[in-house]
Design a protein around this ligand. Structure first.
Ligand code: 5AD
Ligand code: SF4
Length: 485
């Protein structure tokens, strides 16, 4: 890709076709960066901060890939020459965090008026947010959304080469798109593991959730493109991949030649050199027997499944538009456990959905007891403007929600700790991810079931999979000891 970018003809107008059009702007910015470097005696720096889910993390890697190709040096200092926030809006507190950072930026920008500030991601897909930024945070230079990340270089170039005295804020947010632009640079956070988008958007419209409004309709990538990307990642040293989609179980339905997620998983499983496969997120309503079968027969698909419950009350599940009941969810779990008795199950749960009664909440607690999740993400319901649930009367009083939330969290943590305790003593393969920042002489990694393990070792182990005895359980993680290979 570097060669193609460097050979772009800059004497002509930018190409119309993607991704060539972006290669053109990357090249234009590379040449500008060379001048800047000479002028300042250093490269410009860029700080990218990511809020939210794995999808956003992957989007940030795409932005960093482009920034790096242009010649920016990555930094985690928010006083950089370019600062970008990739935002999340799934719950209100995610928005509040971003406003906090924007307030800070005003001060940095006073010190360095050349500083470029950019906002992208789910929060920018909301008109009210963009309006608020336009009036209260005039210091932001560029706003774009979730559908045109591939245009990052073009938007940056628009700003950098704008010679007008009073530069205006660039706002380019699309409502939806069919476009999937392949073949742009990506800068991975980890050398040995990577997320891989298999689809974008969501068609489910769960009544509390803003994602379908900010990420648009479901679009699947062609299986050939996914396989090609994974092969390249493996050739580049990646041993673990996480297939990403808002609902991976409905993958492939809108392709010209439909492919099921289970079929895709089977193809991924056959890639030589790849050692671990994970995926996220599985909607319980669409999880097929075919998928359970592929998982159960694979050596590479990790024995871990994230299966969001949201609520254990069939009554609330209906109002949430989830298309399963407490009973059918439990049946599904039983089927999965029968096929894979050692599977680690995780989930998401919302407390305080409008109209939640004590009985509804007890149903949730009952499912927790029955499933015995290895871990669970618990959320307090957050009202998102524009979703059907936001208009529902009967919002649950804050004290009631808080009390239920604490009860749930306590039980979830107890079960997690019991599970960790029960799983101790055995030897499991651990993919070493990093040196342990808190404890010198230790490294940290994950088992296939996604449990965290700390054990004595050094940086040379990072990216390797080694057998480790899980000696001591500490609530949600283990202390271990590496075994002879
Ligand atoms: N309030 C609280 N939690 C929510 N989630 C999605 N929307 C909301 C909301 N409005 C949770 C769901 C989902 C996870 C990613 O975030 O549990 O699975
Ligand atoms: Fe939101 Fe439901 Fe789609 Fe998940 S499946 S992103 S909870 S609408």
């Amino acid at each position: 890709m570097t060669k193609i970018v460097e050979s772009m003809d800059m004497t002509v107008a930018p190409p119309e076709k993607e991704p060539e059009r972006q290669y053109y702007f990357i090249r234009k910015l590379q040449l500008w960066m060379e001048d800047k470097k000479r002028e300042l005696g250093r490269p410009l720096t860029a700080c990218v901060t990511t809020f939210g889910c794995q999808m956003n993390a992957r989007d940030s890697e795409k932005i960093l890939g482009i920034l790096q190709m242009i010649g920016y040096e990555e930094t985690d200092q928010e006083e950089a020459d370019l600062v970008l926030y990739n935002t999340c809006t799934v719950r209100e507190n995610a928005n509040l965090k971003v406003y906090g950072h924007l307030g800070q930026l005003k001060r940095y920008k006073k010190k360095n008026p050349e500083m470029l500030t950019m906002l992208c991601g789910c929060m920018m897909q909301e008109q009210t947010v963009v309006d608020k930024i336009k009036t209260s945070y005039r210091n932001v230079d560029i706003i774009f959304g979730t559908h045109n990340i591939f245009k990052f270089a073009e938007l940056l170039a628009m700003r950098v080469f704008d010679t007008s005295a009073k530069k205006r804020m660039i706002v380019d947010v699309w409502k939806d798109t069919d476009a999937i632009v392949e073949e742009l640079p990506i800068e991975r956070k980890y050398s040995f593991k990577s997320g891989v988008n298999i689809m974008f958007g969501c068609n489910n419209f769960c009544s509390y959730c803003i994602v379908p409004y900010v990420r648009g309709r479901e679009r699947s990538r062609e299986p050939e493109e996914i396989i090609r990307e994974i092969r390249e990642l493996v050739a580049d040293g990646v041993v673990e991949i996480m297939l990403l989609g808002q609902n991976v179980n409905s993958y492939g339905k809108n392709l010209e030649h439909p492919v099921t997620f289970a079929q895709l998983l089977k193809q991924v499983d056959e890639i030589e050199g790849l050692q671990r496969i994970r995926f996220m997120t599985s909607h319980p309503k669409d999880l097929s027997d075919e998928l359970i079968d592929v998982m159960a027969h694979s050596q590479k698909v990790c024995r871990q499944l994230h299966l969001p419950l949201q609520s254990g009350s069939s009554r609330l599940l209906k109002i949430m538009n989830r298309h399963y009941t407490k009973e059918s969810y439990l049946e599904l779990v039983a089927k999965i456990k029968k096929a894979m008795p050692d599977i680690a199950l995780t989930t998401d749960i919302i407390v305080g959905f409008p109209g939640e009664t004590e009985q509804d909440f007890k149903d949730t607690m009952d499912v927790i007891e029955k499933v015995q999740y290895d871990s669970a993400f618990t959320f307090i319901y957050s009202k998102r403007t524009g979703t059907p649930a936001a208009a529902m009367e009967d919002q649950v009083p804050e004290e009631v929600v808080k009390e239920r939330f604490d009860r749930l969290l306590k039980r979830v943590q107890e079960i997690s700790a019991e599970k960790t305790q029960a799983g101790g003593g055995v030897v499991e393969d651990v993919l070493v991810e990093d040196v342990n920042k808190q404890e010198t002489g230790y490294v940290t990694g994950r088992t296939a079931r996604n449990y965290l393990v700390h054990f004595p070792g050094d940086a040379s182990l990072i990216g390797t999979i080694v057998p480790v005895r899980l000696c001591e359980s500490k609530g949600f993680y283990y202390y271990g000891k590496q075994c002879e290979q």
